[in-house]
Design a protein around this ligand. Sequence first.
Ligand code: SAH
Length: 222
Amino acid sequence: MDLTLSQMMTKRSEIKKKINLIIDLQKNGVESSEILKVMEEVDRQIFLEESLKPKSYENIALPIDCGQTISQPLIVALMTQYLDIKKEMRILEIGTGSGYQTFILSKLARFVYTVERHKFLSIKAYNLLKELGVSNVFCKHGDGGLGWKDQAPFDRIIVTACAQDIPGRLVEQLSENGKMIVPIGDEHNDQILKKISKKEGKLIVHDLVNVRFVPLIEGKEN
Ligand code: SAH
């Protein structure tokens, strides 16, 4: 495909922004070369509305439909790193949102089950992932607080909305030796990202970093 000079300049500036973003991730604790590679390969623009596309490689959360947000790339990369995913694993994600984190998980795991309470977002993400040729993601419109019982247990669970307490239903759906990453706190303050590991039926909880997420809300929206 032949590009005009202005298209070439735009492309070059995009590549530069992307490289800067990857350097930023590395500087801020993303050490896994596999995750850095996936972050580099994934085009965040695809998950954004037209007017926000120029901001896609800025390391910030941005608005999406239904008053929600696409997560900040650094937080997506760190949460993915904390999950410690192995290729054969089955992952449960709560809060599909734009599908950006889902897409990254799909590159690293065997299967991803993702639940979103807004029907509009769930369908949009499903269609987008299908367009991108993703075949190992299952999308569900529902209350993620309830998990996905039929498909449990999961090797890893990631919650991309902030819960007030460790969600009990999700803990039940975590396999032995499983790990869950979940932001805990209230929506108006910094929240603490927690890692919950299940060992011999017991839970081990670690505090990771401060984060800001939209709240996990009970029920679903049509
Ligand atoms: N990882 C997503 C983040 C989306 S923001 C991205 O990068 O695009 C968090 C999402 O969680 C929102 O879309 C919100 O609607 C959803 N959410 C909040 N409470 C939920 C619940 N109980 N069940 C399922 N999804 C929920």
